[in-house]
Design a protein around this ligand. Structure first.
Ligand code: GLN
Length: 367
């Protein structure tokens, strides 16, 4: 343990509620939307998932840090969460193959984290009162000041964040001699999506969030992919324009999470902010085409409007979330296009849904 002196810290919610804990190392203040993830493993993947940009993450697992970190177990090149709130933080770690402690990993990435918080009470509070903005801070004596700073933090609803995490320049992933060429729009892409596509004989060119369809199609791809990512899908006008062009030409298209929401918006279906969202690795989903259930990895705070989806003449609901019956997947009846609200790439989470990547490759072959 490097930090012998752990400061008193707090989490202040936008409605004025306060929980106390202790800082892990870094002193200071961090703002974001507070949300919780119920996954029991996979913290390093969660912390580096670009979909979580701007969010203060409460982990419900009682121990965080106990299996350390491993350089390649990242979903992007930096920590994307705004800060961590946990119960017990392990300064010691134990795992064959781990190459560093989470404490060092956070120090390297300059992340603020607090532990010793009554996370069970905090999670029930968020579940009852909804996701909201919050601040974590070691400035425990300046609550009025924190309150006024917190009031200036923009709401997640309406917030465009894809531009903050997207690549600045196009890049390639995989083997250039692979059979299929896939153009991926990076609105916050997780690396395990690229790994899953490359594993299926694909070479991927990843484009920045504001690329046009013409720029993407100039590479002559066999299929198109719209990624996951942070923030509200509604302001993503450029990505919606790309989706419309791909759909108009009936080219193979697959979208995950934010990409799924963008495809819905491109079809005139609205999205809405959920009460506290779905974040975990054991969410039950039913595939309405096969009748089979799958246990899925999920991470979203917005969803697509169910009634509008049901009314849409060219859209079929293919997957439903079994806890709250929200739409978990769609396909277009007359187009080579489908998408899911959850994460078939897992990382973390079960692999029940990896067949969706095979389905995408089949759609490309058929084309
Ligand atoms: N994982 C994602 O792509 C999340 C999509 C979107 N930011 C949401 O919260 O709903």
């Amino acid at each position: 343990m490097k930090y012998t002196k752990r400061e008193k810290a707090l989490i202040l919610l936008a409605d004025g509620t306060i929980f106390y804990g202790k800082s892990i190392g870094k002193k200071g203040t961090a703002f974001g939307e507070v949300c919780f993830n119920t996954g029991t493993t996979g913290y390093q993947e969660i912390f580096t998932d670009p979909s979580y940009f701007g969010q203060l993450m409460v982990t419900t697992n009682a121990h965080i840090g106990n299996y350390g970190t491993l350089t390649e177990e990242v979903e992007s090149n930096s920590v994307k969460i705004a800060g961590l709130i946990c119960k017990n933080f392990s300064f010691n770690y134990s795992r064959v193959g781990a190459d560093d402690s989470l404490e060092n990993f956070f120090e390297k990435h300059n992340v603020m984290a607090i532990s010793d918080v009554d996370t069970r009470a905090l999670v029930s509070y968020i579940r009852d009162n909804g996701a909201m903005n919050a601040v974590i801070s070691t400035e425990v004596d300046n609550i009025d000041d924190l309150k006024s700073q917190l009031a200036k933090v923009p709401d997640m609803k309406g917030l465009e964040l894809a531009s903050k995490v997207s690549t600045k320049e196009p890049y390639f992933y995989g083997d250039e001699n692979a059979k299929y060429k896939i153009a991926a729009l990076d609105i916050g892409i997780k690396t395990n999506i690229l790994r899953n596509l490359a594993k299926r004989d694909s070479y991927i060119k990843v484009f920045p969030y504001n690329t046009t369809f013409e720029e993407m199609s100039a590479w002559n791809p066999d299929g198109y992919f719209l990624s996951n990512g942070p923030g509200d899908p509604e302001p993503l006008a450029e990505a919606q324009a790309v989706a419309k062009e791909i759909i108009k030409r009936d080219l193979p298209l697959f979208g995950i999470c934010l990409g799924h929401q963008v495809i819905a918006l491109a079809n005139g279906i609205s999205t809405y902010k959920m009460h506290h969202g779905h974040r975990g690795i054991n969410h039950p989903v039913k595939n309405l085409i096969t009748g089979k259930g799958e246990i899925t990895s999920q991470n979203h705070g917005f969803a697509i409007n169910r009634e509008e989806t049901e009314r849409h003449p060219d859209i079929e609901i293919t997957h439903v979330h079994l806890n709250d019956h929200t739409v978990a997947g769609i396909k277009m009846k007359s187009k080579n296009c489908f998408s899911v609200q959850y994460h078939p790439e897992a990382s973390p989470g079960p692999h029940d849904s990896s067949y969706l990547f095979d389905q995408f490759i089949e759609n490309i072959k058929r084309n």
